[in-house]
Write a protein that binds this ligand. Structure first.
Ligand code: ADP
Length: 451
């Protein structure tokens, strides 16, 4: 509409201007013919204007100083002798030039009046008017063309916006449907990605988010089923043994004690599983204490304590437990973390050792990391199993793990704890020799590594 109105107003203005110039030209010619007349009369004006054949205007009036018409270019129904009540003439008789132009869609109606002056005195007025339908027709055509163009543009714009809108809402609707399906639990749903616009990017992001969700959900399901399975075995054992005690009449005291002791062991195993599950859940939910710049735990103290705790078990199995630790090995982790890590790794070392084997723990500072290694010359872990041993409930030898009282969670807890504190863990064999080496790297605490 703006584009339509503006050129129209401008062209209208241009026509007004050109009308003013042409009327002024005509009026000047007429005034020139009347110059030199002291007073204007019907006769002398007619005589003066008789030579003017073409004035270029539709009507020409000449009045005396009182507005009485002395000359009228219209011959039929002429107004000579009447008073002209045109505001333009009144203005001219007051000594001003007057010009008005109006446009009424049919034509341009322009009027101009100027005073006739003789020796600084107004002796009359000249009034001309023109009614131009030609230019009006041109302007109207122009206006109509503009209208048509605008209409075509408007229809085009609307069609295009509608089509684009449909396209856009179409892909958003697809995405929304996919989001709803995933929310309902259908993790296999993927949003269709078409093109490379922002919506397609959102759809791609959503798909990768759903992939992660599906993986997490699968892991959660597997975890819950594994955990229930792990707990079912000792529970079934407890039930079986208590049933046996109850159902066997006159069971001798020694057998009862044996059964009860087995029940106690199974309960202990349940306890261990629960503790491990709790530890994992705490790490998963991030509800373990956060560390800051002031958190510092000297590995040596913890290592000494863990060795002391495991010494009895090691002695029973005939395993030599040794350790060496740099005093400046201070890690940016809590004492609980370090204890958890060392205890699980060293306990595993003892559990999976052969008789008269050894377990050796060591900690040293390397640049801004504390490197802890736990080495044993036990049964070792086959290379194909190494990538999986940190998975929850993964065991190389299920029977042996069970027999040793393992839960299959120890290494997952260690890995989670290490990574939660910004460290890494790796497992290796001992080259040609039998055994395993676990290497944990934990960030050095501020003030550590000074030695
Ligand atoms: P578990 O409670 O069964 O020991 P872990 O998560 O601590 O569970 O370890 C997972 C598996 O990795 C164990 O079942 C065992 O087969 C293997 N493993 C861990 N540490 C050692 C080791 N030092 N030597 C040999 N095998 C090991």
């Amino acid at each position: 509409m703006l584009l339509n109105t503006y050129p129209l107003l401008v062209s209208q203005d241009l026509v007004f201007k050109s009308k003013e110039t042409s009327l002024r030209g005509s009026i000047k010619l007429i005034e020139a013919s009347l110059s030199g007349l002291e007073t204007l009369t019907v006769d002398n004006v007619s005589a003066a204007l008789s030579s003017m054949t073409e004035t270029g205007v539709n009507r020409l009036l000449v009045t005396d100083p009182f507005g009485r018409i002395l000359y009228d270019s219209r011959k039929e129904n002429g107004a000579v002798g009447m008073y002209a009540f045109y505001s333009e003439i009144a203005e001219a008789l007051w000594g001003n030039d007057a010009f008005y132009c109006t446009y009424d869609e049919q034509g341009f109606f322009s009027r101009m009046a100027e005073p006739v002056i003789y020796h600084n005195e107004i002796v009359g007025a000249v009034y001309v008017y023109e009614y131009d339908t030609e230019q009006a027709k041109l302007l109207k055509g122009f206006q109509q063309n503009l209208m048509t163009i605008s209409l075509v543009v408007a229809v085009l714009v609307m069609t295009l916006s509608f089509a684009l809108g449909r396209m856009l809402t179409g892909s958003i609707t697809n995405l929304l449907t996919a989001i709803r399906q995933v929310r309902e639990g259908s993790y296999s749903t993927r949003a269709a990605v078409r093109g490379s616009d922002e919506i397609a990017q959102i759809a791609a992001e959503f798909n990768s988010l759903t992939d992660r969700l599906a993986t997490t959900e699968n892991a959660r399901r597997r975890f819950v089923s594994d955990a229930s399975h792990e707990m079912k075995t000792p529970l079934a054992g407890i039930q079986l043994m208590s049933d046996s005690i109850l159902q066997t009449e006159n069971m001798d005291g020694a057998t009862v004690r044996e059964f009860v002791s087995d029940i106690g062991q199974e309960a202990q195993r349940l306890n261990r599983i629960t503790e491990h599950l709790l530890a994992l859940t705490r790490l998963d939910s991030g509800s373990v204490p956060a560390v800051d710049d002031r958190t510092a735990t000297a590995v040596a103290e913890v290592m000494e304590r863990v060795v002391r705790m495991l010494a009895v078990v090691a002695r029973e199995k005939g395993v030599t437990l040794t350790w060496e630790c740099a005093q400046d090995a201070v890690v940016r982790a809590t004492e609980d973390d370090v204890h958890q890590i060392l205890y699980n790794l060293m306990e595993n070392g003892i559990k999976y050792s052969t008789h008269s084997g050894f377990v050796h723990a060591r900690a040293a500072v390397e640049q801004d990391m504390v490197v802890i290694t736990v080495e044993d010359n036990g049964i070792g872990i086959p290379e194909s199993d190494r990538p999986h041993i940190f998975d929850r409930f993964y065991r190389v030898d299920k029977m042996r793990s069970r027999a040793e009282g393992g839960t299959g969670l120890g290494l997952s807890i260690v890995k989670d704890a290490v990574e939660y504190r910004g460290g890494t863990i790796a497992v290796d064999g001992r080259g040609e020799k039998a055994g395993t080496v676990f290497t944990v790297r934990l960030p050095l605490a501020e003030g550590g590594g000074a030695e």
